[in-house]
Design a protein around this ligand. Structure first.
Ligand code: BGP
Length: 468
């Protein structure tokens, strides 16, 4: 039976500054942690030398081409566009007292353009990057000083854009700090669990301080967190597997628990004891954490399995998390297990846990697109993937879950975060650029462009039940 999504449901796509903008030293921008990772967030860190090739230096040149891109999004019927502000455009080093005017002026243009088309911006304050200077001189979030720098940055952007931006997110996939500490958090790789959790604590306090600042400065705005929602299933019904899955899921839910409830969950006491972690938590931190988010947002790409049994469980993607393979699921070309029903499970779990509105701010299929003889991209696989996931969003809405919106990842082809490839494409819009940087950067709609347009127009009624 066809189901109509609520009228105020926000439909759109999601991006990150360092994966689309390019121009990473233009108009006074400072280098960010992303700029020294030419091979992606799981690759080597390489200091910048003049002349070195880095695909992100131009990325898809959104810095200059945003009018065309936003127009195309509007043609698809987007009511929402998720983007991030590059912190190092606003504070090139991160610890300055005054912001960089040229950086501020750039995002004015973007938000004005979005307003022209009535597209609601959903803005991430820090998406997998921070000013490189903070990583080099403060070891990123390892330092408590960074809390104040981030709060200053957040206040500056709330003040400047609060009239046009009413939907905010603090840190992208904050739980990934546990697995890749440098990219988003500037924390040295190889840091001990003690150092990692202290840095995470600083980030959680900074997130809460940004929430408070947003509530004070932009009273009619809503601000959420953002987690990588990768749920883990027990591979067998052995109670040890069931408990193992519960614990692995707590690894990421911990972040939401603090951000949505305002205090550390009791299960962390044992974990910290077992890992010999003693956190430095001040009274001011405890008070700050009490300012909780308005909604919970997450990305959703895959699920995994865990087991304590001696089985032949295959591992699916070593680079992301140590996630176990699920014999019932197929994987993408990059080994990410495709699990549409898992999205309905995550939505229900998160809503039961937090009783706050949810926002799916990333989901999509990274695939190699090969044009047909007419040069068109008939990406039926992408349509299938998105249909099946969105269908489960519709099911979750009918389950009673409150969902604010859905922004698919990379509505326009962009640079992959984990591998820095252009060839891992997510877009409804093709961008003519390859992994070596060849190509005209021309934009062209794919078949999925017209499909998504129809789905948005029909408020989800055009979605079809996935084949069993
Ligand atoms: C998420 C990140 C994004 C994004 C996406 C897809 O983890 O928030 O920045 O890139 O994953 O991952 P990838 O680009 O590695 O395919």
């Amino acid at each position: 039976m066809a189901f109509r999504f609520p009228n105020d449901f926000l439909w759109g796509g999601a991006t990150a500054a360092n994966q689309i903008e390019g121009s990473n030293t233009t108009d006074g921008k400072g280098l960010s942690t992303s700029d020294v990772q030419p091979f992606g967030s799981f690759g080597e860190l390489i200091p910048r030398h003049g002349g070195d090739f880095n695909i992100k230096d131009i990325a898809i040149d959104f810095y200059h081409r945003y009018p065309e891109d936003i127009k195309l999004m509007s043609e698809m019927g987007f009511s929402c566009f998720r983007l991030s502000i590059a912190w190092s455009r606003i504070f090139p080093q991160g610890d300055e007292l005054q912001p960089n005017d040229a950086g501020l002026a750039y995002y004015d243009k973007i938000f004005d353009e979005l307003r022209k088309y009535n597209i609601t911006p959903l803005v991430t304050l820090s998406h997998y990057e921070m000013p490189l200077y903070l990583a080099e001189h403060y070891q990123g979030w390892t330092s408590r000083d960074v809390i104040a720098f981030f709060e200053r940055y957040a206040r500056v952007v709330f003040q400047r854009y609060g009239d046009r931006v009413k939907h905010w997110l603090t840190f992208n996939e904050i739980n990934v700090t546990l697995h890749e500490p440098f990219t988003g958090s500037g924390v040295p790789r190889g840091s001990s669990p003690q150092q990692l959790y202290q840095a995470i604590h600083h980030q959680l306090v900074a997130s809460a301080k940004a929430v408070k600042a947003c509530h004070e400065m932009v009273p009619n705005a809503q601000i959420g967190n953002m987690m990588l929602g990768a749920i883990q299933y027990p591979l067998t019904s052995h109670p040890d597997d069931v408990f193992e899955a519960l614990e692995r899921n707590r690894d990421w839910l911990f972040f939401g628990d603090v951000q949505a409830r305002g205090y550390y969950p009791s299960y962390m006491k044992r974990k910290f004891r077992e890992l010999s972690i003693t956190l430095n938590i001040t009274e001011d931190d405890v008070q700050s954490l009490k300012e909780t988010i308005d909604f919970v947002s997450f990305s959703y790409y895959m699920t995994g399995c865990v087991t304590t049994q001696k089985t032949n469980m295959t591992m699916m993607d070593e680079s992301m998390f140590k996630m176990g393979g699920n014999p019932y699921l197929e994987s993408t070309d990059w080994g990410w297990q495709i699990d549409p029903k898992g999205l309905r499970i995550v939505l229900n779990e998160l809503y039961d846990r937090y009783q706050k509105p949810l926002f799916i701010v990333e989901n999509g299929l990274g695939a190699v697109d090969v044009p047909n003889e007419n040069g068109d991209i008939e990406d039926n696989y992408r349509i299938q993937y998105l249909n099946d996931h969105l269908y489960q969003v519709g099911e979750a809405l009918q389950d009673g879950v409150e969902i604010m919106g859905y922004t698919s990842w990379g509505p326009i082809d962009l640079v992959s975060a984990s591998t820095a490839q252009m060839s891992k494409r997510y877009g409804f819009i093709h961008v003519d650029r390859d992994d070596q940087g060849n190509g005209s950067l021309a934009r062209k709609p794919k078949k999925s462009f017209y499909w998504y347009k129809d789905i948005i127009e029909s408020q989800g009624e055009g979605l079809v039940a996935p084949k069993q």
